[in-house]
Design a protein around this ligand. Sequence first.
Ligand code: HEC
Length: 168
Amino acid sequence: MKLILALSVLISFNTFGDERNDVATSFMKALQKELMMGMKKGPKAGLIHCNDKAMPVTNSFNNDKYEVGRVSLKLRNPSNKPSEELKRALLDYSSSSAKNKMDAKVILLSNKEEVFVKPLYMKGACLNCHGANLSAGVKNELKKRYPSDEAIGYKLGDFRGLVWVKKR
Ligand code: HEC
């Protein structure tokens, strides 16, 4: 029992100390900063701001050392479509929730590349734009900007998707 405990601490510590985890955290923080700036004027303004900024922020984290992105089974921006292998990972995580979290992990792809993935769960603020009761303003903007949007109807704590980080 003690050994199992020690091992699991070691494993989670290893993921925690993984530099890819730091990159994933900085990436999410940068997106959250934009989200908060946009939301100051309400959810509709926030949505327009995210529509503007999400991709440029993502691209700014893609450099000669790392490749990063977000994927989901229910997409808003079609460019976040998962590869077959990331889709499998998404399915693995899809039964988890904020109350029943799964840890970040490293996936080995068939081409031997490693991808670090970290789950995202729905918080209260997320529901303004991904929940079941959207304001009329948000609904209208979604229709205009993301006509094939699938990323709505989430509840608090739902698994939303993965942040992924690959070392080049
Ligand atoms: C103000 C509206 C708004 C809020 C609040 C919001 N999002 Fe989003 N979300 C968006 C928009 C707009 C996009 C598409 C961005 C783009 O064009 O790349 C998006 C895309 C995403 C994606 C990428 C996958 C996809 O479907 O394209 C994830 C993952 C995501 N949001 C998670 C979250 C989480 C987690 C929260 C809460 C911490 C959150 N969102 C809060 C508007 C919002």
